[in-house]
Design a protein around this ligand. Structure first.
Ligand code: HEC
Length: 155
């Protein structure tokens, strides 16, 4: 066997072995007393958009597509879920300080205006997470309203 074949065979063995190593899935299935919808009304269309485009990385419940059953895709997705949730978790929004809530809402608005969210690597596969201008303005309007409502609540 020449060198290249040995390396390829080695890689194949590693690929097979890592198929058996999976991190715990991000699925809580529990009641969410601190969900953002408990603080501000969330119309169905807003929720639908956030669910399809943001919740996989910014909530406690990820909808895992088939390819995340293949390693190393699961690790890749898991890494994004982990860092995404750390920055912003819609299901834990009520645990944030009023100041942090305002700043997160502002970041959501900016991320949509700048097109930095959802992550580009995610929309490569999740084509329906690419938001139309109408969908973006719906979310932006809702975010602006929510900012006002929460501001008044915390006066
Ligand atoms: C594939 C995973 C993924 C998806 C889907 C996703 N995000 Fe993110 N998001 C992340 C990661 C990872 C970070 C943290 C690192 C970074 O900023 O790139 C982040 C950061 C953010 C931040 C920054 C928080 C801060 O305080 O600065 C906001 C706001 C945000 N995302 C909003 C959204 C919105 C709104 C959507 C849906 C339209 C969305 N994200 C979809 C992974 C994702």
């Amino acid at each position: 066997m020449n060198g290249i074949k040995k390396i390829l065979l080695g890689l194949l063995v590693i690929l097979i072995i890592i198929q058996f190593v999976h991190p715990a899935r991000n699925k809580s299935g529990q009641a969410m007393p601190n969900d953002i919808s408990k603080m501000v009304a969330m119309p169905g269309d807003v929720q639908g958009i956030l669910k399809k485009a943001c919740y996989d990385c910014h909530s406690n419940n990820t909808n895992y597509p088939w390819y995340t059953y293949v390693q190393p895709m699961h690790w890749f997705m898991d890494y994004h879920i982990h860092s995404g949730k750390e920055e912003l978790n819609f299901n834990e929004f009520g645990t944030y300080t009023p100041r942090r809530q305002q700043s997160k809402l502002r970041s959501i608005e900016n991320s949509l205006k700048d097109g930095t969210m959802p992550l580009f690597s995610y929309t490569l596969i999740h084509r329906n997470a690419i938001l139309s201008e109408a969908e973006k303005s719906l979310i932006i309007n809702w975010v602006q309203n929510s900012k006002d409502i929460l501001n008044k609540k915390n006066l």
